[in-house]
Design a protein around this ligand. Sequence first.
Ligand SMILES: [Zn+2]
Length: 386
Amino acid sequence: MKKFLSVVLSLFLVFSLCACGAPKQDANYNGWYTDGEINITKKQVQKIVNGEFDTPKNVILIIGDGMGPNDITLAEEHANGVYDFGLVLNQIKNHGLATTHSADNAITDSAASATALSTGVKTNNDYIGKDVDGNDLKTMAELAREQGKKVGIITDEDLSGATPTAFVVHNISRSNTKELTNAMVQFKPDVLMCQDYISVSSLLEGEARTIFENEYLVAKDFKRFKNVLDTDANCEKSFFGFLNGFSTVASYNLAQCTEVALKRLENDNGFFLMIESSGTDKYGHKNNMTGKLNSVVTLDRTVAAVLKFMSENPDTLLIVTSDHENGGVRLPENDSEKLSDLLTVTEHTAADVRVFAVGKGSEYFSGKTVDNTDIGKFLIKTIKGE
Ligand SMILES: [Zn+2]
């Protein structure tokens, strides 16, 4: 009888594994599973950020690539569609600044800065998860997995980007796009999300391609993203979602993705989740201040999604920061100045960036300037439970 039961059980398991990811017909479905907005009031935000927190089991790091202090100041004043009380970010009471220079340059690139945040170690520009001598450093995703935690990586840009890759893999150059893409897929984070399906699938080869095709639950469109929370909710495979099949309103995407990721990642041992909002860098290079401010709003909505999660999961630590400033953005001297005149360069600068922290121990960052490696060290300690 016991044997019979175990045969039935294993058949059931095989069936459910095969079925996971199968397309589901849903003719009536014509939109996102939520309203799109992350509904939260000022009162709710204040209750969460001023609330009591437990020792963190979950660690969430949100990075606004190229998001300088003045981007946040200007977004508070100008960006459309922000909550009626302004930015959620500015309700966070524990905040300070961080220096960002790399080992070989006063002005860091995203590779060296993300490596500093991921490993707590300074390295050269262009290096991904490597020290100045080219040795592998333990990335935050590797550490989290070693600690029995799930791993989530979300970027609204390419999977091979310096920011997401430096949290997971190692490479002597951020330009080795093909190697980086294959290594990211082979690491198999529990949740992986990036911009574009074609750019990933065209670069995969060998073992990484086999893994991508067989061991991931892939969502290229709305329907699959929706399924992952209902019909595929019990599927154990890693989830790989692509953002460009999503809403046409770009500023809603990252927050929605984050809600899906948080539901997938929740577990008894906790998780590490890195989320990159890349527009503050991309639009800085394009001399587009409006694009930059919209990207701050994108990030801010994502912060709201995480705070909502934290209201039910007080054993979570959230840090929001940037890898470097971009654009040398200045504040206007009078009301008649155009937003487009506030960018002084279209490159990264050496300016300090903001750091916001919510959760147990977050007062460490309050009212002072730390180095980006200190943020990394703090996160590493938290993940290790020290
Ligand atoms: Zn850049």
